[in-house]
Design a binder for this molecule. Structure first.
Ligand code: 6PG
Length: 464
């Protein structure tokens, strides 16, 4: 028996894509070193489906029709190289290897060149839609070896999602175009998830709406111009009750958001290309801030909200706002230096950095003496915002920066740096962030799991 198509890696995505292909009449084989995963593939298949799971690479490879078509669905990074390395001795000229994971685009370029030397066709193809998408119709973003894609086009078009009868898959461009498009897809995904989390927070904290009202609002938004998968699942997430406690599950989900890198890569490469993508940048950094749980809990005690602001501004308020934002800029840079020192083994002493920045350099300023004192008091201070005096000086000025930003937004004056300063301050002083919404969404569409605030471990919910 010779199979039309093979997949290496039988996690949710690999398994579901194979079942989807089998639904469309293709005979398919899967390889996973984990016997249980190989078995579960056949268990989940229906009698009419032509599908087989293998745990030995040799048997898997020799079961495929020649020239072979193989797709890798293993975690990005080293596992992809390891999978290619183990298959390579078994492959023949003209075989096709597709990387269906979220690989970094420069890795794809490198692998393409390496495999081309051996006359193996290689291309990267981003696949979106999570487990359900893979099972019943994903969007696929192939790029690279156009001739190889052409050979597999009918399989991919058959299993893809369809809109107005048109398959959500097409050859996108040369090189790592497929992975690049998927990377930016994920960057936008991060941005929209963060925006939805913020909209939720405005209703929850800002307007004080009860959970069921917020749920109804999200559900109704999905029948408006906001209609979208992420708005839809947010409505469903807000509905879900924890089976044991009966509480809304979302409120029990930890706000420390996880990520696998695609959003960060989007921001990093956008900076190289000078393509401004501030919403994506903010989404990445909010996931980062969410991880500083202990510091946020500390900061929440001292950096307290100062009450409603006036809308009028004067230059005294602007001066205070500028001071507030400047302090935040130094604080951010100092955190980066501390982390770089740990990561690269520099052994930096931040008190000395502050000391030599007091004079001569472009960022010399009176406040550097305050920073120096803060680091003398507490050399391990994780963030200048946590210093008592510096924190108090910010708390005292926060109304002014809020007023300045309010007026600027009203008048249509771009003040992204002021906004970033106050947003950073507010995120850092939040004991609880709305990033639990992001964790719930990730678990909903990708089974990425979440942590809970009331017990140890990682969890996955049946959201629907
Ligand atoms: C998709 C998703 C999918 C995956 C992300 C999650 O398009 O189906 O983007 O590829 O869920 O990799 O990314 P993070 O783990 O970085 O949130």
């Amino acid at each position: 028996k010779q199979f039309d198509f093979g997949i290496v890696g039988l996690g949710v995505m690999g398994k579901n894509l194979l079942l989807n292909m089998a639904d469309h009449g293709f005979s398919v084989a899967g390889l996973d070193l984990d016997q249980e995963k190989a078995n579960s593939l056949e268990k989940e298949a229906e009698a009419a489906q032509d599908i087989k799971g293998f745990i030995a690479a040799e048997k898997f490879i020799s079961s495929l029709k020649s020239p072979r078509a193989i797709m890798l669905l293993v975690p990005a990074g080293k596992p992809v190289d390891a999978a290619i390395g183990s298959l390579l001795p078994l492959l023949d000229k003209d075989d096709i290897v597709v990387d269906g994971g979220n690989s970094y685009f420069l890795d794809t370029e490198r692998r393409f060149t390496e495999l081309a030397k051996k006359n193996i066709h290689f291309f990267g193809m981003g696949i979106s839609g999570g487990e359900k998408g893979a099972r019943f119709g994903p969007s696929m973003m192939p790029g690279g070896d156009a001739q190889a894609y052409e050979r597999l086009r009918s399989i991919f078009e058959a299993i893809a999602a369809k809109v107005d009868g048109e398959p959500c898959v097409t050859y996108l461009g040369k090189g790592a175009a497929g992975n690049y498009v998927k990377m930016v897809h994920n960057g936008i995904e991060y941005g929209i998830m963060q925006l939805i989390a913020e909209a939720y927070d405005i209703m929850k904290q800002g307007l004080g709406y009860p959970d069921d009202k917020i749920q109804e609002i999200f559900e109704s938004w999905n029948s408006t111009e906001l209609q979208s998968f992420l708005v839809e699942i947010t409505g469903l997430i807000l509905k879900k009750k924890d089976e044991e406690t009966g509480q809304q599950l979302l409120t029990l989900i930890s706000d420390q958001a996880r990520s696998k890198g695609t959003g960060k890569w989007t921001s990093q490469d956008a900076m190289d290309l000078q393509a401004p993508v501030p919403i994506i940048d903010m989404a990445v950094l909010m996931r980062d801030i969410s991880k500083y749980k202990e510091e946020r809990v500390e900061a929440a005690k001292t950096l307290t909200w100062a009450g409603e602001v006036e809308t009028d501004t004067n230059t005294e308020m602007l001066k205070n706002a500028l001071y507030f934002a400047m302090i935040n800029a130094y604080a951010q840079g100092m955190v980066q230096l501390r982390l770089a020192s740990e990561a690269y083994g520099y052994g930096l002493n931040l008190e000395e950095v502050a000391k030599i920045w007091r004079g001569g350099c472009i960022i010399r300023a009176a406040c550097l003496e305050d920073f120096r004192k803060a680091f003398i008091k507490a050399p391990e201070l994780p963030n200048l915002l946590l210093d008592k005096e510096i924190g108090a000086s910010l708390v005292a000025r926060q109304k002014d920066i809020r007023a300045v930003v309010k007026v600027a937004v009203e008048k249509g004056i771009p003040v992204p740096a002021f906004m970033a300063a106050i947003s950073y301050f507010d995120a850092y002083r939040s004991e609880r962030l709305s990033t639990n919404v992001i964790q719930a969404q990730r678990d909903f569409f990708g089974a990425h799991q979440f942590e809970r605030i009331d017990r140890e471990g990682v969890f996955h919910a049946q959201w629907e």
